[in-house]
Design a protein around this ligand. Structure first.
Ligand code: F6R
Length: 357
């Protein structure tokens, strides 16, 4: 039930801190240590390469998950769009493990790949919000998102839950391998939940950004570097699917290779700047678009901010910024859709789970 909320999407955005706290509990043992089924951890550590298969928002979560698994657990990861993988299978490594990420657990494109990789004899892990869903039943292992039912077509809390579960999986796998992971993930996810709460309380700010940048625009660009780029892809998908504003996410460095031609006077460009090692270069990209007339909206993180920034998110662990930086983008999409009179929870042409290939 959406209770006093006008839309499920807003309710589900607001539930994110709670979902993260619930996940910490669900994946903790009696000593407060993060834990994952031993069989799954073993399958991770036996694999010489992990293939993440997903669609849409879940694919965007996979892109961030790759960073977690490669940087913490030291296992190479490829992330693939399910529909493309079906007819364009890459050369597989000797001992692959397949991870299917699917909120609904019913996505036909992902299932088609699962059927195929099972035929080939490869092990599969499904990360899903729905216990007993098709992808969960047909895989060898399941990790649950514990996000509660997600009703709005635009996925929000499932995305952040997917990131949290992937982070937990990566850290537990790394520890089982004896790798020296210094992050205290329980503590850092707690900090993430608090930061999400701050952002959920900043709705007025996000609504103001929408009025200032997106009131009448036909298009909008999101730019970021490193992991911010993946969040930009997600921010752009959210905005286009519910507000029908044409939106694209770009890697900051790619702009000059073509996209910059689209920048006109007043084009909104939302830039994420949460990563210290690329902070200067993304700000350089903002200057480039401003010189062509863009209307820039920089969303940065505490500690990296400058005076020109439109909004500064609270500081969190640099690997975990996507869980937090996505929240303002979800809210921006929500208010853009609302102000344009769109059906926020049921955008045109879309269904909650896509059960055809
Ligand atoms: C976007 C959205 C879709 C889904 C995609 C995969 O907000 O909801 O892009 O993420 O259809 O769905 P699942 O995760 O259920 O496999």
């Amino acid at each position: 039930e959406k209770g006093t909320y006008p839309h499920y999407m807003l309710k589900e955005i607001d539930e994110q801190p709670l979902v993260i706290r619930r996940l910490i509990q669900k994946y903790q043992d009696e000593n407060g240590e993060l834990t994952i089924d031993n069989e799954i951890v073993q399958a991770m550590n036996e694999a010489d390469r992990i293939y993440i298969i997903a669609c849409g928002t879940s694919y965007h979560a996979g892109l961030v998950g790759k960073q977690f698994i490669e940087k913490w657990a030291n296992i190479p990861v490829e992330v693939h769009i399910a529909s493309e993988f079906s007819y364009n299978m890459p050369l597989l490594s000797e001992k692959p493990l397949f991870i299917y990420i699917s909120q609904s657990g019913e996505t036909a494109d992902s299932r088609a790949v699962l059927v195929r990789t099972k035929e080939l004899g490869y092990k599969a892990l499904t990360i899903t919000n729905v216990p007993g869903s098709t992808l969960s039943r047909e895989a060898d292992y399941t990790l649950l998102l514990h996000a509660g039912p997600e009703i709005a077509v635009a996925s929000t809390k499932a995305y952040t839950a997917q990131l949290a579960v992937l982070a937990i999986l990566a850290v537990v796998t790394a520890k089982a391998k004896g790798l020296d992971v210094t992050i205290d993930l329980v503590k850092e996810l707690g900090i993430v939940a608090n930061a999400m709460e701050t952002l959920c309380d900043a709705k007025g700010e996000m609504e103001a950004i929408v009025r200032e940048y997106l009131a009448t625009t036909r298009n909008c660009f999101f730019i970021g570097r490193a992991v911010d780029f993946y969040v930009c892809l997600e921010g752009a998908l959210k905005l286009k699917e519910i507000s029908y504003i044409q939106a694209e996410g770009f890697a900051g460095g790619e702009l000059k290779h073509g996209t910059i031609a689209l920048i006109e006077n007043g084009t909104p460009v939302i830039a994420l700047a949460t990563q210290e090692h690329v902070n200067l270069s993304i700000r350089g990209n903002v200057k480039e678009v401003v010189a062509r007339g863009a209307n820039p909206c920089i969303i940065s993180m505490k500690g990296l901010e400058t005076e020109e920034d439109r909004y500064v998110i609270p500081a969190v662990h640099p690997m975990l910024t996507p869980l937090v930086s996505v929240v303002p983008l979800q809210l921006i999409a929500y208010y853009a859709a609302l102000h344009r009179g769109c059906d926020v929870d049921k955008p045109r042409n879309l269904a909650k789970s896509v059960t055809v290939e």
